[in-house]
Design a protein. Structure first.
Length: 135
């Protein structure tokens, strides 16, 4: 590629590049090092049990994985999987993800009813920063 082509491409894409740089500056990076995996699992399990009882939404099984792109998931078989790295985020982020996944036990979508249920247990969920990314 010629320098001229590269310069033209950068000029054409400069708005997008600047936007992405600003987005990266605003992201909160999460450490992927977990010193005590059992401690992380125990803590996350306790938080899930607390909200499962509060929301009256029992789950069948709780699993933990190290995931690259998701904080959690909920299957139609009532299996909740949480990212172990979630342990390294603030408690507010942990609780939001747990409430979000438990709400999927009742609504397996992101409908208005789903969001209303999440909001019932996490009123400021709209302000919850979703920009927590793994290091």
């Amino acid at each position: 590629m010629s320098q001229r082509y590269i310069n033209k491409l950068l000029e054409e894409k400069q708005h997008w590049i600047r936007k992405k740089i600003i987005q990266l500056d605003n992201k909160i990076m999460v450490n992927k090092e977990i010193l005590d995996v059992n401690e992380a699992k125990d803590y996350l399990r306790q938080r899930v049990e607390i909200y499962s009882k509060k929301m009256n939404l029992p789950f069948l099984e709780l699993k933990f994985r190290r995931m690259k792109r998701r904080w959690g998931s909920c299957s139609s078989n009532k299996i909740i999987t949480l990212n172990l790295y979630l342990y390294n985020t603030p408690q507010e982020q942990i609780d939001y993800v747990i409430i979000h996944e438990l709400a999927h036990l009742k609504h397996m979508n992101h409908s208005k009813k789903f969001h209303n249920l999440v909001e019932e247990y996490f009123p400021n969920f709209k302000e919850m920063q979703s920009d927590f990314h793994l290091l």
